[in-house]
Design a protein. Structure first.
Length: 305
C-alpha cells in the first residue's frame, strides 16, 4: 500500500512538473518583431499602416480594450485613430462615418468596437467594413476563406482564432490528427476556430455549455478550447489525467474583481499537459493578431482600389 501511495504521489508530481503554461509573451514578442520590420518596409514605400476604431459610448471595458490595441499598434510603428460617438448617434450618422473611412485610402484597417447601442444592432455590422479593411476578420468574404479550407495565416481572418493557432504553433503543438473540442459557438471565436482547426488537420467537435455529457467529450480530447464565458466552469473533472490534454482558455470573466478564465486553473494544473493562462494567454495573442491583420491590409489594400 505504501508503494502504491508513493507511486500516486510521484505521478502527481510528474504531472505538475510537466504541465506547461502557454504564456503569450514570447510568441507576441516574436510576431511584433516581424511586424516592426514589415511596418518599416511599408513606410519606406510611403505607406503608414493606419487603424481607425469606431466606438459608441464610453464603456470602461471597451476603452480598456482600445487602449491595448492603441499601445501595440504604436509599438510596431503604425498609426491609430479613435472615433468616439455618443450612444444616441443615429444610424445614418454612424453609417456615414463608416462609409467615409471605407473610402479613405489613408486608412488601412477599420474596427467597429462592440458592443454598439441597441438601436444599431439591427445593422449588418460584420459586413459594413469593406473586406480589404476588415482587420477584425468578421466580413463574410473573409470568413469564406476558412470555409474553403485555407491555412494561410497571412490573410484577414478573426483575430482570436488566428492568435490561438499561432500560440499553439509557437509551442510546437501539432494539430494533425488530433481531437479538438471547442466549447463555445460564437461567430467571433467558436465557429471560425472550429473551421481553422479542421483546416490544420484536427478532428473537431463544436460543443457548448448545454451539450449533453460534455465531460465525455473534453475527457477524450487532445485539445480543449474553453470559450463559453463562465468563470471557472471547467475543473479537473473535465479532463482525463492520462490523456494529457492541452487547454486553451479564451474566457475573460470578472470574478471578485479579478480577470478569470473559463477554466479553474489551479484545479487542472496537475491533470493537463499545458494550459494558456488568463490573463496573459489568448488576450495578447488576439491583439497582436489584430495588428498583424492591419499590416497585412496595408500591404495589400493598394490592389483593391
Amino acid at each position: 500500500m505504501e508503494v502504491h501511495n508513493r507511486n500516486q504521489s510521484m505521478d502527481a508530481e510528474h504531472f505538475l512538473m510537466t504541465t506547461k503554461l502557454l504564456i503569450a509573451k514570447p510568441a507576441v514578442e516574436e510576431i511584433k518583431n516581424h511586424l516592426l520590420e514589415r511596418c518599416l518596409s511599408l513606410k519606406q514605400r510611403g505607406i503608414i499602416p493606419s487603424m481607425s476604431v469606431v466606438l459608441i459610448g464610453n464603456s470602461p471595458a471597451s476603452l480598456s480594450y482600445i487602449k491595448n490595441k492603441r499601445k501595440m499598434c504604436e509599438e510596431v510603428g503604425a498609426r491609430f485613430q479613435l472615433h468616439q460617438l455618443g450612444e444616441d448617434v443615429t444610424a445614418p450618422e454612424f453609417l456615414k462615418l463608416i462609409s467615409q473611412l471605407n473610402d479613405d485610402e489613408r486608412i488601412h484597417g477599420i474596427i467597429i468596437q462592440l458592443p454598439v447601442s441597441d438601436h444599431l444592432k439591427n445593422l449588418n455590422l460584420p459586413n459594413l467594413v469593406k473586406p480589404s479593411k476588415d482587420i477584425d476578420g468578421f466580413h463574410g468574404e473573409n470568413n469564406q476563406k476558412l470555409y474553403a479550407g485555407s491555412t494561410n495565416l497571412q490573410q484577414l481572418m478573426p483575430c482570436t482564432p488566428k492568435g490561438i493557432i499561432q500560440l499553439l504553433q509557437h509551442y510546437d503543438f501539432n494539430l494533425q490528427g488530433k481531437h479538438a473540442v471547442v466549447v463555445g459557438r460564437s461567430l467571433i471565436v467558436g465557429k471560425p476556430l472550429s473551421l481553422l482547426l479542421s483546416n490544420f488537420g484536427a478532428t473537431v467537435t463544436l460543443a457548448h455549455s448545454q451539450t449533453k455529457d460534455l465531460k465525455s467529450l473534453t475527457r477524450s480530447a487532445d485539445l480543449v478550447v474553453a470559450a463559453i464565458g463562465k468563470a471557472n466552469f471547467f475543473n479537473f473533472t473535465f479532463f482525463d489525467p492520462g490523456r494529457r490534454t492541452v487547454v486553451i482558455d479564451v474566457g475573460m470573466n470578472s470574478l471578485n474583481g479579478k480577470l478569470t478564465g473559463d477554466v479553474e486553473i489551479l484545479s487542472v494544473t496537475n491533470v493537463v499537459s499545458a494550459i494558456s493562462p488568463v490573463p496573459g494567454g489568448v488576450g495578447p495573442m488576439t491583439v497582436v493578431s489584430l495588428i498583424e491583420n492591419l499590416i497585412i491590409a496595408a500591404e495589400t489594400i493598394r490592389h483593391s482600389y
